[in-house]
Design a protein around this ligand. Structure first.
Ligand code: PLP
Length: 456
């Protein structure tokens, strides 16, 4: 995007903003695309160009852009009580109602809620909660967290340590908490030649058992996992993975934390992915579609056992000294309540499975495309992985150059996708219609053909 006028928004962005997850030097040359407004599945830049938001922002705007009911709910709450905190016995109505609603929506074993502002803070909080409880239980050594390669759990010091993506660690001195990253459960990429999907699951379970034996179950607090991995490349687990993993964890007194920050609220076609995969988690982490990202909010929903451990220790030492200025922010919670009403009334969870089949069906047509190695996904989340060689699955060198080209061609064709290296992700708003899915994928197809011509 040319920087036309010295005083334009583009020029001032380049002058003053450091962008998250962006090559800052390249940004100085290209400048930003300034998104000005949104409506349904579309966002529009400040020159009026429309884009289909095939990623729902950052995997989050379930109800689409421009949902005035949520804006009205926020305005009502702002006018009544724009802010209050939840420290030292204070509370507010939206936080109470939302906590109750989340406990009712989630499995029976999960009985309490703690609010944070972001998924990263939520995962940091989970680790602190478990350490706090284990110290109180007289098990101060039980601190290690198991995670997986290519997992994404956030970017703060602790959640970034749980994340298993080298790019989020590099030059940040991460990981810096006791964490072990297990093999990424993506059969197509990490299955060995001749190995069946079942045998791959067996190998992952055997690895889990052997890491537990090596580290010692008495030293491991929990395993954290996204039921279906998102930012690592949209990676559904192999058949039978979760029940097997859960059985091993139970046997070794290791808790299971399900990070449903992307999966939660219908993304894969069930309210929570735990339902779909048969996961009985001790902790559920929710964000993104909780408010459709109209306001920042995350929720940790956890078992009574953890709650009792925290409550006892807070009584013993005087307080549970953890929380954020905006924990249980009344406006964010009011936004979440209205957002959940919209999701329920528009039956967005029920219809996500059907619309998901349409999405997976049309994307499957790219399997024969010369640049495409794998098409994968579930419900309304999917990825198309580009490879240099379809037979050997060899990656492009350097990884990400072709994906970046396709990403930019997508803008030209009016679709915003996400390039995770050369894995192209789709995660459209749940309100998307079948016709809009067809249009989104057609735009992507044109960008992919441009890319094939460029690569050739
Ligand atoms: N967990 C998962 C599964 C995520 O996908 C993300 C963000 O993409 C996070 C945690 C971190 O959330 P936030 O960006 O709100 O800190």
């Amino acid at each position: 995007m040319p920087i036309a006028f010295p005083n334009s928004l583009h020029a001032r962005d380049v002058e003053y903003l450091l962008h998250p997850v962006t090559n800052a030097r390249r940004h100085e040359e290209t400048g930003p695309i300034v998104i000005d407004r949104g409506e349904g599945i579309y966002v529009y830049d400040d020159e009026g160009k429309g884009y289909i938001e095939a990623m729902a922002g950052l995997w989050s705007v379930a109800v689409g852009f421009g949902e005035t009911r949520i804006a009205d709910a926020a305005r009502r709450q702002m006018a009544r009580l724009p802010y209050y905190h939840s420290f030292s016995h204070k509370s507010n109505e939206p936080a109470i109602l939302l906590a109750e609603r989340l406990v009712r929506m989630t499995p029976e074993r999960l009985t309490r809620v703690f609010f944070t502002n972001s998924g990263s803070e939520a995962n940091d909080t989970v680790v602190k909660m478990l350490w706090y409880v284990n110290n109180a239980r007289g098990k101060p050594e039980k601190k290690v967290i198991l995670s997986r390669q290519n997992a994404y759990h956030g970017i703060t010091i602790t959640s970034g340590s749980l994340t298993g993506l080298p790019t989020n660690h590099r030059d940040f001195d991460l990981p810096n908490i006791p964490v072990r990253h297990l093999t990424c459960p993506h059969f197509w990429r990490y299955g060995q030649p001749g190995e069946t999907e079942e045998a791959f699951t067996d190998r992952l379970v055997a690895e889990l058992e052997s890491v537990i034996a090596e580290v010692g179950p008495e030293n491991i607090a929990a395993l954290i996992g996204e039921p279906l991995m998102g930012a690592g490349g949209v990676l559904p687990p192999p058949a039978g993975y979760w029940p097997r993993v859960q059985e091993v964890l139970r046997r070794n007194d290791i808790l299971l934390v399900a990070d449903e920050v992307i999966n939660g609220f219908g993304r894969i076609g069930t309210t929570f992915a735990c339902e779909y995969y048969g996961i009985d988690a001790d902790v559920l982490v929710l964000s993104k579609q909780l408010t459709s990202s109209y306001a920042p909010l995350a929720a940790i929903v956890f078992s009574d056992e953890i709650y009792q451990g925290i409550a006892d220790n807070s009584a013993k030492i005087g307080t549970f000294a953890h929380g954020f200025t905006a924990s249980g922010h009344p406006v964010s919670c009011a936004v979440a309540l209205e957002n959940l009403d919209v999701i329920a009334e528009k039956r967005l969870i029920e219809t996500a499975a059907e619309k998901g089949e349409v999405l997976q069906g049309v994307l499957a047509r790219f399997r024969d495309h010369p640049l495409v190695g794998e098409v994968r996904g579930l419900g309304l989340i999917a990825a198309v992985e580009l490879v240099a060689n379809k037979e050997t699955k060899a990656k492009f060198d350097p990884v990400g150059r072709v994906g970046a080209y396709l990403f930019n061609r997508g803008h030209e064709h009016g679709v915003i996708i996400r390039a995770i290296g050369d894995q192209i992700a789709f995660c459209p708003p749940l309100i998307i219609t079948e016709n809009e899915i067809a249009e989104m994928v057609a735009r992507f197809g044109r960008a992919l053909d441009d890319t094939a011509a460029w690569v050739a």
